[in-house]
Design a protein around this ligand. Structure first.
Ligand code: GUN
Length: 291
């Protein structure tokens, strides 16, 4: 029997919890938490993500602002915007949507974000704190994965967790978090140079796939009864859909799901929790600023 890790339903529930807290705060006369987003250029996927973040912010009663900058924005101009946001006391947290245009040095931009407002958890200070197990902002997608496993009561202690992908925003932090006290997994991290990948993935009690290749994981790569977390998001043309496309993941769900005990669907699995985690981080930043 396969059960669904229903990210959409869980996200709704957590958003309601956040909204209740915000209602209480504003009823007491406090201002609402404020999340800002910076987007440079007009990349379709990035615009969709930022629009979703804005919509979710409003749903929970946050103030939200979006700084839309042209594709030709210079690094200096972007750094000036970041400096402004770092110093605006009305903004609790902000994100700079990635990827940035090629002429801008992404790491220099991330380094300029104040760690206290870095609700994406991308700055070296927050990553360092996370690795040391200190209080910090955890990146949204890994945090969403952890929330899904926790809230569904998935047993993790001593389990072999295989993470595929070593990106700074998903693979690396999720491998770290799941190996720490509280989750206590034995973690193996795989990447593009890993040899005998199917042999390793077949050993996974928990398989986290963040490789960025559509339907890469097939049934022969998964152990019977595994917990499967699919982080992939890919648009493929589909003439039967009104918008002309559908969204698929890094896993070939049509053949893999039946083997698993739990799976995250795509869409409606990890994605909705990513946005919720950003909201949770913003509420946390707000509370810190009020202290
Ligand atoms: N691009 C893809 N995912 C993310 C994310 O979580 N945060 C930001 N800022 N950019 C992204």
């Amino acid at each position: 029997m396969t059960d669904i890790l229903d990210g959409k339903a869980l996200a709704l529930q957590i958003k309601e919890e956040i909204a209740n807290e915000v209602r209480q705060l504003t009823a007491e006369g406090h201002r609402a938490p404020h999340l800002a987003a910076v987007i440079v250029g007009t990349d379709g996927a990035s615009m969709t993500y930022v629009a979703n973040k804005e919509k979710s912010s409003h749903e929970v009663g946050f103030t939200s602002s979006v700084y839309r900058m042209s594709e030709t924005t210079t690094e200096k101009q972007l750094l000036e915007t970041i400096d402004f946001l770092n110093n605006d006391p009305d903004i609790d947290g902000f994100i700079v949507q990635l990827p940035l245009p090629k002429h801008i040095n992404e790491q220099r931009v991330i380094n300029a974000i104040s760690p206290d407002k870095d609700v994406d958890g991308f700055t070296p200070v927050n990553i360092g704190r996370m690795v040391l197990g200190e209080e910090c902002f955890v990146p949204a997608t890994p945090m969403g994965i952890c929330t899904l496993l926790q809230r569904y009561g998935i047993e993790t202690a001593g389990k072999h967790c295989v993470v595929i992908g070593r990106s700074n925003i998903v693979g690396t932090p999720v491998a770290n978090l799941l190996s720490r006290k509280g989750f206590d997994c034995t973690v193996t991290m795989c990447h593009s140079k890993t040899q005998n990948l199917p042999e390793i993935t077949r050993q996974a009690d928990i398989l986290v796939v963040a490789i960025g290749k559509a339907e890469f994981i097939t049934a022969d790569m998964v152990k019977e009864g595994a917990v499967l977390v699919d982080v992939g998001i890919h648009r493929v043309e589909d003439a039967t859909k009104k918008n002309g496309y559908r969204v698929i993941g890094d896993v070939k769900h049509s053949e893999v799901d039946a083997k698993c005990s739990w799976v995250t669907p795509v869409p409606g699995g990890v994605g909705p929790l990513t946005i919720v985690s950003l909201l949770q981080n913003t509420l946390k930043a707000y509370k810190k600023h009020r202290k």
